[in-house]
Design a binder for this molecule. Structure first.
Ligand code: C2E
Ligand code: MG
Ligand code: MG
Length: 721
């Protein structure tokens, strides 16, 4: 029998035992280590088979597949059954297959190689995670090596593991003391003189200082029996004087009779892996424009930072920044300008934070920073710095001058309390952005109990808005539109309300944007449109003069392919003439795809529906869009009306809008008219219609009917008198 073959099989057997213990340990360690194990196993064995008891899952390594196909054998469950069935008893059920496979000496199977030759494979199996892992060593055409005992294992073992930058690792405890064992090549790498009697302290003396506590904690827990397995990554100083990253994985062999085999496993030099992994990670997780992490990169790197903070007990803060009006800027000036701005923000954040900070671009205009920061004063200082730097940068020639006053950010922050993960912290920090009135520049809002209350409110909305429609909890309120001269009601705007069973009345500001994010706004708007049309018909049937009801259209609904169809349906189902319906949309949403908007609005106008431009004066208020879009009514935003009595600029803008509207032959309506003075000024400026609390708040249909509608018959009578 060739000596090489004996040695080979001995080595394979030993590697098998080591790999097996390492593998079982790995069953509960991280998945990413599995590939490393597979390649180690592949370098030690010729073939690999993974299967389960009922053979519903069988997988073959590539080399085994090739061999079997060469021999005309199909690599399937039948092959596994033929290898591991008990030949003498003929027993063939799943359990007997497993029992047979796991026998100490394993199983030898035969294959018929081409050209009339035969070959043998010796299979050693282990069981882990409900599967059987069988490793096969090709014995060629000789069976002589089978059953022989381990011979001169260590010489071969040393070469094998040295090539794999790995070594066996055992922790041996005797009373209070613990020592470790590894092989000679690993001792050489780590600068240990004795491979069998290494005190744990010696290992600890080469661990990088800031990792020492954690390494000690994990090894002590394992050595003292608190844990059944050990997985630890540590930077160890090697004999060459440089630090390498090693992974130590061990498990408790409960069946071991020899105490030296009680806590065994492997030690790997994973530096190269880590570098490779990090490079691969960075290449897929860095935002190409800004050079900071993408959302997924941020989540992963942020978790690493939080873990360090947890270990060291240091404070950390999550800050999210939202660049205001970035989408508007992008639409107005082009994506290149918004990219330049994004870069500017990222560069500023990078410059003002240290290298430990994790920075991420979380969305189109959202950034996140995770920092080891202590208190609010430090955070405020940082944000102030960012604000000043951005302002300074914008004062140079890189950006169009009109942008300067547009640029700014809002910030929200949440301090790390040791418990939250990155996702939770980010969510908490970002909800503060929406939790109060708009703040800008260096002002930062912090996550606290009050915000938490609001968040839970948002939670309710998220969970229940879908049901609200089905449960009939949504209702339309109506707000009259009044002829500014005669005081007569000429129409009404339908405004959505949610009668929540426990929260009471919820305003659209609290649920419309959530419904938009959740993608159910179109359903809600379709329902609203039909309800408004039905209300109009009911008022007609009761003999009131036609009331043109306006309905707010969301961006999602406007860009829905069948939007015209759904408006047509609402008109048909309710049976009202199209002249009784008006659709309100904002300029911001209209210009996202202006060609499409023009074609939708033209189709709606063809039906006979009126179009009104809502919140005019808050977006770009551009003449060109007014010229292109086929609209009938211009609604001046409330923000231009509320201080029209005292603010000269507001009055000038309102005047310009009214004149512009008149020139374009549009009806001009002012929103949010609350006082008689405002009404009078607007009338003087030539405004046609007013809507606001001066006349009425939005109210249920029945109240509007009672307060504002006069049946046609009575009206005629009144005029006659
Ligand atoms: P909008 O379309 O601009 O509606 C006008 C808002 O101004 C309404 O708020 C109204 O109650 C309020 N308002 C009217 N007059 C006055 C006033 O004199 N003073 C003050 N302070 N406020 C006044 P509301 O009902 O809370 O609606 C807010 C926004 O929610 C609406 O703004 C609209 O954009 C959206 N919305 C409401 N209903 C719907 C709907 O069914 N679908 C969609 N997509 N959006 C809706
Ligand atoms: Mg509106
Ligand atoms: Mg409005």
């Amino acid at each position: 029998m060739p000596v090489a073959l004996i040695c080979m099989s001995a080595v394979l057997l030993f590697v098998c035992i080591l790999a097996a213990s390492a593998f079982v340990g790995m069953a509960f360690s991280l998945k990413r280590e599995r590939n490393r194990f597979d390649s180690l196993a592949d370098s030690a064995f010729d073939y690999r088979l993974v299967w389960n008891e009922d053979l519903s899952h069988v997988s073959f390594s590539e080399d085994l597949k090739k061999l079997l196909e060469n021999c005309g054998i199909t690599p399937n469950a039948d092959y596994v059954r033929s290898v591991f069935s008990e030949k003498s008893s003929g027993e063939n059920n799943g359990i007997s297959l497993c029992v047979n496979a796991l026998k100490k000496n394993g199983v030898v199977s035969r294959y018929d190689a081409p050209h009339g030759k035969e070959g043998y494979i010796r299979w050693k199996s282990i069981s882990a995670n409900g599967k059987i892992y069988s490793f096969g060593s090709d014995l060629g055409d000789s069976m002589t090596g089978v059953g022989s005992e381990i011979v001169s294992e260590f010489d071969y073992m040393r070469t094998a593991v040295a090539n794999a930058e790995a070594g066996p690792f055992a922790i041996i405890t005797e009373g209070e003391s613990a020592r470790i064992e590894t092989n000679a090549s690993m001792c050489e790498i780590l600068g240990f003189s004795d491979k069998e009697n290494i005190p744990l302290e010696k290992l600890y003396s080469i661990v990088k200082k800031d990792e020492l506590l954690e390494v000690q904690r994990k090894i002590n827990c394992f050595a003292s029996g608190v844990t059944d397995s050990l997985y630890v990554e540590a930077s160890l100083k090697t004999s060459s004087g440089t630090y390498h990253i090693f992974t130590i994985e061990c498990r408790l062999n409960k069946d071991a009779t020899d105490f030296r085999r009680l806590r065994t496993g492997m030690i790997f030099d994973t530096t190269a892996n880590r570098i490779h992994r990090e490079a691969a990670f960075d290449s897929g997780n860095i935002d190409a424009i800004t050079g900071i992490y993408t959302r997924s990169g941020f989540m992963s790197k942020g978790e690493d930072l939080l873990e360090q903070c947890r270990k060291k007990g240091t404070p950390a803060v999550m800050i999210c920044l939202q660049v205001v009006r970035l989408r508007n800027i992008s639409m107005l000036f082009g994506i290149e300008v918004s990219d330049t701005l994004s870069k500017l923000y990222a560069e500023t954040m990078l410059r003002l934070t240290d290298e430990k900070a994790v920075l991420g671009k979380m969305g189109f205009s959202d950034y996140a920073m995770l920092l080891e920061y202590g208190d609010k004063a430090e955070v405020e200082k940082l944000l102030k710095g960012i604000g000043i730097m951005i302002e300074n940068c914008c004062n140079n020639e890189t950006l169009p001058s009109v942008l300067r006053e547009q640029i700014g950010f809002t910030a929200g922050a949440c301090f790390f309390d040791g418990a939250d993960d990155v996702g939770t912290l980010y969510n908490k920090a970002s909800v503060t952005l929406f939790s109060g009135s708009e703040s800008q520049g260096d002002v930062c809002r912090y996550f606290d109990a009050e915000v938490e209350k609001k968040v839970s409110g948002r939670d309710i909305v998220e969970h229940e808005i879908g049901e609200a429609l089905r449960q009939g909890e949504l209702e339309l309120y109506y707000q009259p539109k009044i002829d500014i001269k005669t005081g007569e009601m000429v129409g009404a705007e339908a405004l959505m309300r949610w009668n929540h069973k426990t929260q009471g009345l919820i305003m659209p500001g609290q649920f419309i944007s959530v419904a938009e994010e959740m993608g159910i706004i179109t359903k809600i708007d379709e329902w609203g449109m039909l309800q408004a049309c039905i209300q109009s018909r009911m008022w007609r049937e009761k003999g009131y003069p036609d009331v043109r009801i306006s309905v707010n259209m969301s961006q999602a609904q406007l860009y829905q392919t069948d939007v015209v169809e759904s408006v047509k349906n609402a008109l048909e189902q309710s049976g009202i003439p199209a002249s009784c319906l008006e659709v309100e949309l904002t300029e911001t949403m209209a210009i996202i795809d202006i060609d499409r908007t023009v074609s939708v609005l033209n189709a709606l106008k063809k039906l006979g529906v009126s179009i009104s431009m809502d919140d005019f004066g808050t977006g770009y208020s551009s003449l060109s869009s007014l010229k292109i879009l086929p609209i009938d009514v211009l609604k001046i935003d409330r923000s231009l009306v509320y201080d029209i009595e005292t603010n000269e600029t507001a009055r000038c803008i309102a005047k310009a809008i009214i004149e512009m509207g008149k020139a374009l032959k549009l009806t001009v309506l002012a929103e949010g008219v609350e006082t008689e003075e405002q009404r009078a000024i607007l009338e003087e400026l030539g405004c046609d219609i007013a809507q606001g609390f001066l006349y009425s708040k939005p109210k249920p249909a029945a109240l509007i009917e009672r307060e504002f509608l006069i049946p046609k018959a009575n009206r005629n009578a009144e005029t006659k008198v």
